[in-house]
Design a protein around this ligand. Structure first.
Ligand code: BV8
Ligand code: ZN
Length: 249
């Protein structure tokens, strides 16, 4: 077993009591879900505000709906990867483990994570833009336009768009957890979208040991304690198995 990771990092993982993970599109990249801002990302053709915002939807509901239908068809086909599954093992191991995701693909649930806090909603649910009624999306729904709710409102994906507030209960829990975590992972996120991107910085300021896992450097790389340069589907299982070798837990 090559020792890829520093004794300091392994100590922090072995002794952590309150662990928080924040994930972004990068953790699903190895499952085949394109990220947003990488060169081949799904926003390479459109700017995010042109698709993931209420006024984009009101201006062109058909275009926005088709973009979400395209992403749903992608997501129906894919499976969680070893990165998602290592977070399931961590949840089972640590006394207190909180997983917050910016992703809307539901892959953490599919991998078996029991408690997943979705900061930006879930693409497999629709919500009425008028009365807020929620309806699960089905694989059979190949509609090219958003349906209307029985109240007459237009159904929209149940995700948080730019300019929209995040679910307040989940966001305030994320702030609380970031302030009391002793170990914080920022995994597969470019850390450019707020308020989620503030969480790792808040964790550093609150005394947590913060680890970033990303093949590229990001807006927070210079602020965290350790950056593990590589793919989360490779790094997370390797890190977890080296820790289990060391602690024989
Ligand atoms: C809010 C919707 C205010 C769901 C998303 C100007 C105008 C309007 C707003 C703003 C503005 N300026 C700033 C703002 C605030 C704005 C914001 O932060 N904008 C940014 C772009 C500057 N934020 C908001 O609008 C938020 N709301 O502020 O409300 C308010 C306050 C009070 C009252 C009313 C309103 C809402 C933010 C949520 C937006 N919704 N998505 C959907 O369609 O998916 S954001 C979108 O970006 C996704 O949710 C995604 O999760 C999120 C973050 O992206 P990442 O996950 O980080 O993905 P990305 O592609 O960027 O990076 C992937 C990373 O993975 C890369 O670093 C890559 O290197 C790495 N990677 C690749 N492969 C791997 C890997 N890592 C590991 N392993 C691999 N194999
Ligand atoms: Zn309605």
């Amino acid at each position: 077993m090559e020792n890829r990771f520093s004794p300091e990092l392994l100590e922090h993982l072995a002794n952590a009591r309150r662990v928080m993970a924040l994930t972004g599109a990068g953790i699903s990249a190895e499952s085949g879900v394109p990220t947003f801002r990488s060169p081949d990302g799904i926003w390479s053709k459109f700017k995010p505000e042109e698709l993931a915002s209420m006024d984009a939807f009101m201006r062109n509901p058909k275009l926005v709906w088709e973009w979400y239908q395209y992403r749903r068809r992608l997501i129906y086909e894919v499976e969680p990867n070893p990165g998602h599954r290592t977070l399931v093992d961590m949840e089972a191991f640590y006394l207190r483990f909180r997983l917050f995701t910016q992703n809307v693909d539901g892959l953490h649930h599919k991998a078996g994570s029991k408690q997943v806090y979705e900061l930006h909603g879930n693409i497999m649910r629709n919500r009425c833009s008028l009365c807020g009624r929620r309806v699960l999306q089905t694989a059979e729904d190949d509609s090219e336009e958003p349906a209307h709710c029985r109240c007459g409102g237009l159904m929209r994906p149940d995700v948080v768009w730019f300019g929209e507030i995040l679910p307040e209960d989940i966001l305030s829990m994320a702030y609380d957890e970031a302030m009391c975590a002793d170990l914080f992972f920022s995994i597969g996120t470019s850390a450019v979208v707020y308020p989620a991107a503030h969480l790792p910085v808040l964790a550093v300021e609150s005394g947590a040991y913060v680890v970033e896992i990303n093949p590229e450097s990001t807006m927070i790389s210079s602020k965290v304690h350790t950056t593990l340069r590589g793919k989360s589907g490779d790094i997370l299982p390797a890190l977890w198995s080296q820790l289990s070798q060391k602690s024989h837990f």
